[in-house]
Design a protein around this ligand. Structure first.
Ligand SMILES: [Zn+2]
Length: 67
């Protein structure tokens, strides 16, 4: 059984800002204030990632936090 780790790294989902497809799960370090602020919805947290639906690189935003 996997235990929940209470570490500084939090898993978040990334979704394509063009088509809205949920494409990635990534982690960010919540001790990084800049990323934390953006992941809390106070920024677009834009990441250029490949979208399988758009078939090109698009900006991806944080969709939700995974627990
Ligand atoms: Zn897309």
């Amino acid at each position: 059984m996997a235990k929940k780790k209470k570490g500084p790294r939090q898993a978040v989902g990334l979704k394509c800002s063009v088509c809205g497809a949920f494409g990635y799960v990534t982690e960010y370090n919540k001790n990084n204030e800049l990323l934390k602020k953006q992941a809390d919805g106070k920024g677009s947290f834009p990441l250029n990632k490949y979208c399988d639906v758009c078939r090109k690189h698009t900006l991806h935003t944080v969709a939700k936090k995974l627990k």
